[in-house]
Design a binder for this molecule. Structure first.
Ligand code: PG9
Length: 617
């Protein structure tokens, strides 16, 4: 204990009653701790120092280092509990590593928590968007360089791992990597904030970012937007456009809020930051296991996009795609269930022990076992509940499942027809049953929410197959081709691919008739001609709106049905489309929001379909 009081008071046999009770610090890591915890400031090439915590079991020698570069506080990552046991101090996912001689390293990214420098959210790579000399590639390089020279207990080999933002920093470390970086495990990485990760999906803005921005970028007073604890559906509806909502809560001037508001389309700001494009433009030399959860509510796009882009540019690239039955970052938590879904055992632990650990061990340990050849993809087949490997991904071949008459779905193209509904921006379709709270468990599991809560709404079309007599197994990203028209000049389109469980199941009543989303994704109509060329839609004209649903490995079982739902909003996760033409939806005025009649065409020459990546069983 370091006493702040004068020395005279400390040395007195009995303390003066008026001794200052405040002390400057207390070292909660006691001598009996079974680990060493070292805090260091690592210098970067521009002179800024980054706060880094190094933790390993006492007695570790020749240990490989496992690095994570985080915006979520290195101190917190290394003090889960203030315990003298290393397994209690670090995250649960770290235990097998430190119990096997690894040295765990967490660093605060530049500008956050105890690190020096400016914080630029998902700081772009040096180049047109970043004229400084530093980025996450150089910071990772300089960090690794320092670690291998200064951590005498290490063997000089480094692996990098982390989820979401930490997945993004793991990917950035692969650009001009340090030679000591031997393997990377980016989990649920943020890759392209516009096409399908945190800020937008296919042009529709995710209001969820507002709470994140205020929580991450403000020194004093940061946290959630103070909109109260009520229904966020009501709060956002009353707030008007995303820009007006930001103004109303005084966050419109936060740089991290202004940037997406100023760049609603896929312009050079977003294109220049897209990590899949950055990686595909150079050779991937570091073996990489890029992975995500099948129901990733934050970054469903990034990991498969990196895999696809890198493989297209470099077919023999040392990269594997992993997909498990998890939520965002779920690989690092308990994985035997998700919402009401149950799997075979703790699938997250299985993946960590059977894939991540061996993948790293053979690359970063001293005198390791030889590495086993990695498949292109390791994925968990939901429905049949088993792990599978594939030599290519997507593993399935496209088969169109056509929307048809009488709310049907058909493998054969039907004769032409159409269905209409009225989309009213004053009554958008909720993405979760109300009251909506975009936090906690409801947020984490919204993609597996039973979709019966909107089935039957007059502004939601549901198309259902006959009861399946054989399994339909899909492996890849289902692709939507929606032939549709609106009486408005702009429109959002949402397609949900759903597994409908049998109506009767007394053994598990929750799942009886359950409508499980296998892929739910939105597309903003103004981008029908290209993501960087928004244009008004011609009222009444039928367009082909095309986009992809998330990558999955799923088996629709016999006795189940396949359903496709079509609607025009997912509120308040996505801002509302006014359905009239405005240059930027961010600043649409109340009078711009108008009802529109939506026409979905099927069959004949305008055959709407979801192309399923089907594998033969
Ligand atoms: N999805 C979060 C995020 C990543 C990158 C930027 C902003 C947000 C995360 O969970 O870290």
């Amino acid at each position: 204990v370091v006493l702040a009081a004068p020395l005279a008071a400390q040395n007195a046999a009995t303390l003066d009653p008026m001794t200052n009770d405040k002390v400057a610090s207390y070292d909660w890591v006691r001598p009996e701790a079974d680990y060493v915890r070292r805090e260091v400031m690592i210098p970067m090439r521009d002179g800024k120092k980054l706060f880094t915590v190094i933790v390993f079991r006492k007695g570790t020698t020749d240990g490989p280092m496992l690095l994570s570069r985080s915006p979520y506080n290195a101190t917190g990552h290394t003090s889960r509990n203030r315990s003298q046991k290393i397994e209690e101090v670090l995250a649960v996912m770290d235990a097998p590593f430190v119990n096997d001689g690894y040295i765990r390293v967490y660093q605060d990214v530049r500008g956050l928590a105890k690190s020096e420098g400016d914080y630029v959210m998902t700081r772009p790579l040096r180049g047109p968007l970043n004229k400084t000399k530093v980025d996450h590639a150089t910071d990772a390089y300089d960090t690794i360089d320092w670690l291998v020279k200064n951590v005498k207990e290490s063997n000089g080999k480094v692996g990098i791992i982390g989820s979401s933002y930490l997945g993004f920093t793991s990917l950035m470390a692969l650009i001009d990597p340090h030679p000591a970086l031997k393997a990377a495990v980016p989990q649920s990485p943020m890759v392209d904030g516009w096409i399908g990760d945190d800020w937008f999906h296919n042009g529709a803005f995710r209001t969820f970012g507002f709470d994140y921005d205020l929580g991450q970028t403000v020194e004093k007073g940061g946290g959630e937007v103070p909109k109260g604890t009520g229904d966020e559906y009501t709060a956002y509806l009353g707030g008007g456009s995303a820009g007006e909502f930001a103004k109303r809560w005084g966050i419109d001037q936060l740089p991290s809020v202004r940037k997406p508001l100023e760049h609603p389309a896929y312009d050079s700001f977003w294109q220049g930051q897209a990590v899949d494009k950055l990686l595909a433009a150079r050779k991937l030399t570091v073996p990489t296991l890029v992975m995500l959860g099948q129901w990733d509510q934050e970054d469903s796009y990034g990991a498969p996009a990196v895999f696809k882009a890198v493989k297209a540019a470099q077919p023999d690239a040392p990269i594997t795609l992993g997909i498990g039955p998890w939520r965002h970052s779920g690989a690092n938590y308990e994985g035997s269930s998700l919402g009401p879904l149950k799997f075979e055992g703790d699938t997250a632990l299985q993946f960590r022990l059977n894939w991540i650990k061996p993948f790293l061990d053979c690359r970063v340990k001293s005198n390791p076992q030889p590495c086993q050849p990695m498949p292109a993809a390791v994925t968990y087949a939901t429905g049949t509940n088993r792990w599978e490997t594939d030599a290519k991904w997507p593993a399935g071949s496209e088969m169109p499942l056509y929307l048809a008459g009488n709310g049907g779905l058909s493998w054969a193209k039907p004769a032409a027809g159409s269905d209409d509904y009225v989309s009213d921006p004053a009554k958008p379709v909720p993405f979760l049953p109300r009251p909506v709270n975009m936090g906690g468990d409801a947020w984490r599991t919204w993609l597996v929410q039973d979709q019966r809560f909107v089935d039957g709404r007059p502004d939601v079309l549901s198309y259902t197959s006959d009861v399946l007599t054989k399994p339909v197994h899909i492996k890849g990203a289902p692709r939507v081709d929606l032939r549709a028209a609106t009486t408005g000049q702009d429109s959002d389109w949402v397609v949900k691919l759903i597994d409908v469980y049998p109506e009767e199941n007394s053994a598990n009543a929750t799942m009886a008739g359950y409508e499980l989303g296998i892929g739910i994704e939105i597309f903003r109509g103004r981008y029908v001609h290209g993501f960087s060329t928004p244009a008004p839609l011609e009222p009444g004209k039928t367009y082909s709106f095309g986009w992809s649903l998330p990558n999955v490995n799923h088996v629709f079982l016999p006795g189940h049905k396949i359903m496709v739902q079509v609607q025009s909003s997912l509120f308040p996760l996505y801002d509302r489309n006014p359905q009239t033409w405005v240059p930027s939806i961010m600043w649409a005025k109340p009078g711009d929001y108008k009802k529109a009649t939506q026409t979905v065409r099927w069959g004949g020459s305008e055959a709407s379909a979801v192309y399923l990546p089907v594998v033969a069983n």
